[in-house]
Design a protein around this ligand. Structure first.
Ligand code: EPU
Length: 423
């Protein structure tokens, strides 16, 4: 029988030393499509070397853009030859953020066609608010058989009120509005750091965006955007995952190249558990040697609340904390599946709708488990690092969507982690 690819972790080694965080995935997947809005070539630095980035390079090339990508150095995009406006089903399925091509192409040439995106299965992920935003700017939007087409004679700035706070919707409307005629105001906007980063990137091309990072974003449309060179911010979810892994193994790790203020919600929870967290300008040190972790409750919220993307690795850590932790997942309806897998390793978890109640156990035991999405995969890595014996994680390709060189980074801190390629 052919073997499947798996990650192998021998748990129980405290992580020790220093590690550098990569550029932000959720920034990268917005900034790369945004290059299509530029009227000249532009260069992005600090991109993470992850599969979502490669998927976007292929998509930009298929649209006709000239892309020069040197991983871990730069990506230069010359969007001028890009005549395409349609992204096919298979390309759309390669990543969740393919829907940003809708906003970017609409902004570039007032027409776009993209299929409903792929990405991680963590519950219903409607995009009605994105489409409502495009319609408010004057686009005719049609959805048929999973294909979304948006077209306008001219995009015209307008007021957009979101019914729910949506990261993707906020980014998509910003992309569409940046070159629209007149002014756009987005109310009830999301405030995540990557929204601010996208606004900074667009402003560095000459866009006029104010208020990113607050819940009202004002955009004055510009006809011409000039070339730029821009470095994306560090990945706060990778930073947080490394912080949690350091705590989970009772280690002592300095995470360099991060933005500590982006991590405040997680740092506060780790401190509440008894972990020592100290910040400097662009580094965080997490120390948990000899600490008995206390249980804490987590309720996921939009930024600056506790991020849903860190709920999964954090709840893995809490499976061995002393006492009972209650995890409330308010953003996605199906983002607790990793705890079912970790229960196979000995965790004690009860589920009630979108809430998990974790009774901390003293030990987890390694065995075969399966990643079901990106952050679930990260949670299983945390569980494997804590567990006795060998943990085998199947479907590790999910983890590659968002974590650059995760094995090498953890190995450099003393983890015993390898990958066996499937046949
Ligand atoms: N929602 C709607 N209608 C919409 C859009 C969203 O009802 O039109 C709902 C969603 O169903 C969800 C909530 O609003 O319940 C929040 O969704 P949001 O649009 O904010 O999420 P997203 O843009 O699809 C991004 C990240 C996610 C991250 C969330 C929340 C990217 C590419 N994805 O998703 O990242 O979990 O924001 O912070 O930026 C990940 O990195 O693993 C990941 C899933």
């Amino acid at each position: 029988m052919p073997t499947k690819e798996r990650m192998l972790i021998t748990g129980g080694n405290p992580l020790m030393g220093q590690v550098h965080v990569s550029g932000g995935k959720n920034t990268a997947v917005a900034v790369i499509p945004a290059t299509l809005l530029c009227n000249e070539p532009c260069t992005i630095e600090n991109l993470p070397d992850i599969s979502d980035v490669y998927a976007l390079v292929d998509i930009l090339r298929s649209l006709g853009a000239k892309v020069d990508y040197v991983p871990n150095a730069f990506m230069t995009v010359d969007p001028r030859p890009a005549e395409g406006w349609q992204v096919g089903y298979q390309d759309s399925q390669r990543l969740r953020a393919s829907y940003y091509l809708l906003g970017a192409l609409l902004g570039r040439r007032s027409e776009a066609e993209v299929y409903l995106p792929g990405g991680c299965a963590i519950g219903a992920r409607p995009i009605d608010q994105h489409l409502k935003g495009f319609a408010a700017l004057g686009a005719e939007v049609e959805q048929l058989g999973g294909r979304i087409t948006a077209k306008a004679e001219n995009l015209v700035g307008s007021d957009v009120f979101f019914d729910v706070v949506t990261v993707g919707g906020t980014i998509n409307v910003m992309l569409a509005a940046v070159k629209a005629l007149g002014n756009t105001t987005i109310y009830n906007a999301a405030k995540e750091p990557h929204i601010v980063d996208l606004a900074n990137f667009l402003n560095s091309m000459g866009a006029k965006i104010k208020g990113a990072g607050t819940d009202v974003i004002r955009i004055r449309g510009q006809q011409y955007l000039h070339g730029t060179t821009y470095a994306v911010i560090p990945d706060q979810i990778e930073t947080g995952t490394l912080m949690i892994a350091a705590a989970a193994t009772h280690g002592d790790v300095v995470i360099n190249g991060c933005i500590p203020t982006h991590m405040d919600a997680l740092s506060a929870k780790l401190l509440e558990m008894g972990v020592r967290v100290t910040d400097s300008d662009d580094a965080i040190r997490v120390r948990s040697v000899g600490v008995q972790h206390r249980a804490v409750n987590i309720k996921t919220q939009v930024y600056p609340g506790f991020p849903t993307d860190l709920q999964q690795p954090m709840s893995a850590l809490l499976t061995t904390a002393k006492g009972t932790s209650v995890i409330q997942e308010t953003i996605y309806e199906n983002r607790l599946k990793h705890l079912v897998e970790i229960s196979r390793m000995g965790a004690q978890v009860r589920f009630m709708d979108r809430t998990a109640v974790i009774d901390g156990v003293t030990e987890l035991y390694g065995g075969p488990i399966t990643a079901t999405d990106l952050r679930a995969g990260a949670a299983l890595v945390v569980a494997g690092l804590m567990a006795k014996g060998v943990t085998e994680i199947y479907e590790p390709h999910y983890i590659d969507r968002g974590y650059e060189n995760i094995e090498q980074k953890l190995q450099s801190l003393g983890a015993v982690i390898t990958r066996e390629k499937g046949e």
